[in-house]
Design a protein around this ligand. Structure first.
Ligand code: ADP
Ligand code: TZD
Ligand code: MG
Length: 580
């Protein structure tokens, strides 16, 4: 904008002594409220401390964490659970950087989130004159998010937040960065003009209707399949089109495989669920319909040994057109939002859609029954120290009895085995490490899920995984959240048995033996329990879930029970050499 125009704009909105005034602080709060943002996750400090106080006074819930990364993870999972951008608020430079991991995580996982960070003064930052917490945050955030904006003038706060919200939730959801320089908060303007400058975002994530010919093409491919498979991804869970997806699966009669965070859209115990026949359906299927799942490393990129020799045709439903053909040819791309696409497919299928060939259905269900039967006795063992199966057998029953609890899960063996063993019955109940396999989401997710849903949370954590966010047990106690943390304590990363033969230092993968994580929560008034058998574990979890009191259970697991890198040891560059 030319200087004269800027001057004129300023003058038209400059405060008049007679009129009521507002400021940046209040405009941001009003803009949040106008757009239905009720909760902020963050850590206070210069220049946002007063903002947090004022937001709280204005009725916004401000959840204060011990580290921004965990606040960011809470915001990211709030986005996944609600389809509204989760808000994370941080101070400048170091606080911003701590929040950035979570912002990048939200972008990678397609969760809508806005990282709002205070920043130092532009004039000083740009001349690199060494301001307090100086950093060019906008430039640093840009490559890690969908969009990044900075607001310099109070009258632009409304439009700035509107742009951030729309960028986060429309199309493929993701992370957005909003930079608010310290001076902005104190800028004063006429209250009326301020009110008029706010923007309520209408229809922030508009439906994206698929093309009729894309629907027809997809149904033609599906109809001609001999061995069809539907794969549900976390995009399908995010879309909240549970009934339509259920109808599509049941009407088609096609076996379905849920990705980790898509478990529960239909119950894992559904007769068409092929979760327990995963290798078979991936290898032997001839047509695969992906609904909100990418063909990334988690699906072996759609090729190679996992997918077998037989040629395959892919149908892919996704809101992001660029996702098509990312790894292999997509025979029938269907671009649109999952709700609209699935409804259009259902309509196109008409009244009597042919069931898939009976021999395929039979092959899948017998494989599934065989695998379930093989697993059953292992889940019933009452060994002490516990192994993963004994402990998870207990948790599996508890989740069955309490299907509306939210199950947070991270670790290596603790993650991979729980994913396979613990059945889910309702959508958006299983929250885990996601696309990056990141450790550290645990306590942030637990807090975010408890706050957003009001449901009890059961967080099952490897002892290493827990360490990344463990200090937030204080946050859980402070807000009195109904969170039960179970730490699978096997004395280390993957196993607690490694030895260092070169020096007296411990091996890199082991922790202090016999640690008592349960004592940590007692420091903050929570309930700590040491559980050494599946029976003890069961009693402790049930008591925690009944009482709703913050609880941490140290579940003692045999240090030799796990395997290196859990189930993804094949990605470990050295593991092949070591085996020789
Ligand atoms: P998973 O890890 O469970 O396999 P991914 O994160 O790889 O799932 O894939 C999720 C996909 O869902 C992304 O490609 C994203 O673009 C897509 N997606 C997210 N929300 C929607 C929606 N509402 N409609 C259509 N596609 C969506
Ligand atoms: N750092 C981050 C942020 N993410 C990671 N995934 C890792 C490091 C590497 N890593 C894994 O991939 S799993 C894991 C680490 C450190 C911990 C596994 O140990 P655990 O689980 O105690 O959590 P198990 O049950 O002992 O296998
Ligand atoms: Mg461990």
């Amino acid at each position: 904008m030319p200087e004269a125009a800027v001057k004129e704009k300023r003058e038209t909105t400059a405060p008049d002594a007679q009129q009521e005034l507002t400021d940046g602080f209040h405009l941001i709060i009003d803009a949040f409220k106008l757009n239905g943002i009720e909760t902020i996750y963050g850590v206070p400090g210069i220049p946002i401390t007063d903002f947090g106080r004022m937001a709280q006074a204005a009725g916004i819930r401000v959840i204060s964490f011990r580290h921004e990364q965990n606040a960011g993870y809470a915001a990211s999972i709030a986005g996944f659970l609600t389809k509204q951008p989760g808000i994370c608020l941080t101070v400048s430079a170091p606080g911003f950087l701590n929040g950035l991991t979570a912002l990048a995580h939200a972008t990678t996982n397609c969760f809508p989130m806005i990282l709002v960070s205070g920043s130092s003064e532009r004039e000083v930052v740009d001349l690199q004159q060494g301001d307090y917490e100086e950093m060019d945050q906008l430039a640093i955030a840009k490559p890690l998010c969908k969009a990044a904006f900075r607001v310099l003038h109070a009258q632009d706060i409304g439009i700035g937040l509107a742009r951030a919200i729309r960028a986060a939730v429309s199309g493929r959801p993701g992370g957005v960065y909003l930079d608010l320089p310290a001076k902005l908060f104190g800028q004063v303007m006429n209250a009326d003009a301020g009110k008029k400058s706010l923007v309520k975002v209408i229809d922030p994530a508009p439906s994206q209707i698929p093309a009729p010919e894309a629907i027809k093409r997809a149904l033609d491919v599906l109809k001609n399949a001999k061995r069809p498979l539907i794969i549900l991804g976390k995009g399908a869970a995010y879309a909240q089109a549970d009934d339509a997806i259920g109808s599509l699966v049941e009407k088609s009669g096609v076996p379905f495989l849920p990705m980790s965070m898509a478990k529960g859209i239909l119950p894992d115990t559904h007769p068409q669920c092929a979760g327990a026949a995963r290798s078979t359906v991936l290898k032997d299927s001839d047509v695969v319909m992906l609904i909100g799942a990418r063909l990334n490393w988690l699906l072996s990129h759609g090729k190679g040994k996992t997918w077998g020799e037989a040629p395959k045709k892919f149908i892919q439903i996704d809101i992001e057109p660029k996702e098509m053909d990312s790894n292999v040819e997509i025979a029938a791309p269907v671009v649109g939002d999952i709700g609209s696409c699935v409804s259009a497919l259902l309509l196109g299928m008409g009244g009597n859609w042919p069931a898939p060939p009976a021999d395929w259905i039979k092959a899948v269900s017998s494989k599934r029954e065989e695998n379930v039967a093989k697993m059953a006795p292992r889940l019933m063992n009452n060994n002490a120290p516990m192994d993963y199966h004994g402990a998870l057998g207990v948790l599996r029953t508890i989740v069955k009895e309490r299907p509306d609890a939210i199950f947070v899960n991270e670790g290596a063996n603790t993650l991979d085995l729980a994913r396979g063993i613990v059945d889910m019955y309702q959508p958006r109940k299983r929250l885990d490490v996601g696309t990056w396999g990141v450790m550290g989401i645990g306590m942030g997710y637990a807090v975010g899920a408890a706050i957003e849903t009001g449901k009890p949370v059961l967080a099952v954590e490897g002892d290493s995984a827990f360490g990344f966010s463990g200090m937030e047990v204080e946050t859980i106690c402070r807000y009195k959240l109904p969170v039960c943390i179970v730490i699978f304590n096997n004395d280390g990363i993957y196993r607690g048995t490694d030895l260092n033969s070169a020096s007296s230092d411990p091996a890199t993968t082991v922790f202090v033996k016999g640690s008592r994580y349960d004592k940590m929560i007692e420091a903050f008034g929570g309930v700590g329990v040491n559980a050494t058998t599946p029976d003890e574990l069961k009693r402790a979890v049930n008591a925690a879930m009944d009482s709703g009191k913050p609880t941490l259970i140290n579940a003692v697991i045999d240090p030799a029970a796990g395997s290196e890198s859990g189930r993804i040891g094949n990605l470990n560059p050295q593991s092949a050499l070591r085996k020789k």
